[in-house]
Design a protein around this ligand. Sequence first.
Ligand code: DC
Length: 234
Amino acid sequence: MKEIYNTMPSSNRPSMIAIDGPAASGKSTIGLRLASALGYLFFDTGLMYRAVTWLALDHDMNLHDEAAITALAEKTQIDVAPASKSDGRACDVLVAGRDITWQTRLPEVDANVSVVSAYRGVRAALSSQQRRIGKRGQIVMVGRDIGTVVLPDADLKIYLDASAEERAKRRYDEIIARGGSADYHNILAKVIERDRIDSTRDVAPLKAAEDAVVLHTDKLTVDEVFEQVIALCK
Ligand code: DC
């Protein structure tokens, strides 16, 4: 698939590719694979919201103090760079040069990131940084509002969807495969709660752009989703 694709003239390829969808819908897996097949930058915008959430927790800030969290997002320079280590990361997350990639995946960040990412000022600060990076092109950007708000003029918009049950099962399987222990019903409850917050917030709620291609992935393997996505790039 990759070789066939690489014989295409690069001018025919979409340059700005937006992939949106709910938590655990496979955006990062598919986005990373697509970016590497095309030789593009992979940019997971959720990591920026996670970085602000982790910093706020690390500074013992009150996460319900919207003004203080917004000021933190405005003054912090967050860099999302290609992975510098092969330890399972998709990208590096750097704050003031410090590598906080794995801190952004802590359970306390999972539990609080939806609150932080609902703040208007936080979204304004992070979206403008994301837009500046996205406009350079040759990029696969994943998030919740890339096709609707950050890059409304993206060349290709994809919305990956799957039922909450299927997404919880995928998260559960990932944790078990890594040798961890998990409770499926607990994961499902958290997935449903994050969907609720992400899709009902006032600013940039999770939804498919009108011109997005929506892929329902419940019955598809990762390879099957990837084949459909790469076909859309042709
Ligand atoms: O994709 P993720 O689970 O890493 O996203 C973390 C949180 O950030 C999630 O609650 C939704 C939010 N987010 C967002 O609001 N807009 C984006 N473009 C990306 C993520």
